[in-house]
Design a binder for this molecule. Structure first.
Ligand code: AMP
Ligand code: MG
Length: 306
């Protein structure tokens, strides 16, 4: 049986990275004109409209999540990647704000610890996967191991030398392959995977970093390291392009989300998530006649007692 990917709407296909095709991120929009129904508006009208869509989708998401939780056969894994300041934290806060926290887990991944480096590279992510019924969000993910590590090969863990042959791209091809297989395994076991690359322009990043440097309350969110990383922008872009082309699959597609306008990105992400869960056609678990009879007996007992 062919493994199925998440359900999406026709217009969302535009943002999906076609499996196995080379891509150029410069050809992907970073602006907001993402939906036909939004294209006719100017910036401020579009913002209002996008916020309406987000509010509507938050309600739908709350209902969809309850069904996912009650049904307990599927899990949903949401992967968020993007350059610094792309809006990963904000997307989580806004999109998930209506969701029952009991049905949701968020895992953020920083530079791996020595403990984590002493295991295979997928180990730490495997430990954080959502259980059936749950939505698990990865704020950065196993993709860092073919992004940050590819841009900075000195960050690679200690591996046997003969396994790190970077000529011909073998080492990275293995990693892409491992990731595809890891995700295939998850999908075959009932995890729906949605992967979002929050696509911002270099100019927008500068603006957002400057906002942080100019606001004392945002100092905790920046480091001189962010400015140093920015110098590797082109290397990151190339690593992203190679990774997106190699790991977008029918069963676990990558969406390139135009993210220069945060409200547009959030509305779009919410739409994709809601569509994917609703597309599972879940139903509340059936209650048998015997179970109903026992429930009614218990009700009677409760009514007649103190
Ligand atoms: P932030 O999310 O801004 O707090 O930054 C976390 C940092 O950890 C980023 O610079 C990531 O590139 C880095 N990071 C996350 N995962 C890995 C990894 N597996 N290997 C190397 N660096 C990583
Ligand atoms: Mg950062």
């Amino acid at each position: 049986m062919e493994i199925k990917g998440p359900k999406i709407k026709k217009y969302m296909e535009e943002f999906i990275v076609k499996p196995g095709k080379d891509i150029k991120l410069k050809k992907f929009n970073t602006g907001w004109a993402i939906k036909e129904e939004l294209k006719k508006f100017d910036d401020s009208e579009a913002k209002t409209k996008a916020q309406e869509i987000l509010e509507r989708d938050k309600d739908r998401l709350a209902k969809a999540q309850e069904l996912l939780y009650a049904d307990k056969s599927y899990a949903l894994l949401i992967v968020l990647q993007g350059m610094d300041t792309a809006g990963k934290d904000g997307a989580i806060r806004h999109v998930m704000s209506g969701v029952n926290p009991q049905g949701c887990s968020v895992s953020g991944f920083k530079v791996p610890s020595s403990m984590e480096h002493s295991h295979n590279f997928l180990w730490r992510y495997s430990n954080c996967l959502p259980q059936r019924g749950m939505i698990g969000i990865f704020n950065r993910s196993h993709y860092e191991d073919v992004l940050a590590v590819k841009v900075h090969p000195d960050r690679l863990e200690k591996l046997p030398k003969e396994l790190v042959k970077t000529e011909n791209g073998t080492f990275w091809d293995w990693r892409y392959n491992d990731i595809r297989n890891f995700e295939k395994h998850l999908v075959r076991n009932g995890t729906v995977i949605l992967k979002f690359y929050l696509h911002i322009s270099k100019k927008e990043q500068k603006k957002r970093l400057m906002e942080r440097f100019n606001n004392k309350d945002k100092y905790w969110k920046i480091s001189p390291f962010d400015v140093e990383e920015r110098a590797y922008w082109n290397d990151y872009e190339k690593a992203y392009e190679e990774m997106l082309a190699a790991t977008s699959t029918d069963y676990a597609p990558w969406f390139v989300i135009p993210s220069d306008y945060k409200w547009a990105a959030r509305a779009f992400i919410a739409e994709v998530i809601v569509t994917a869960i609703e597309g599972l056609n879940l139903k509340y678990p059936e209650v048998t006649k015997e179970q109903i009879a026992r429930l009614m007996e218990a009700k009677k007992k409760l009514e007649s007692g103190k």
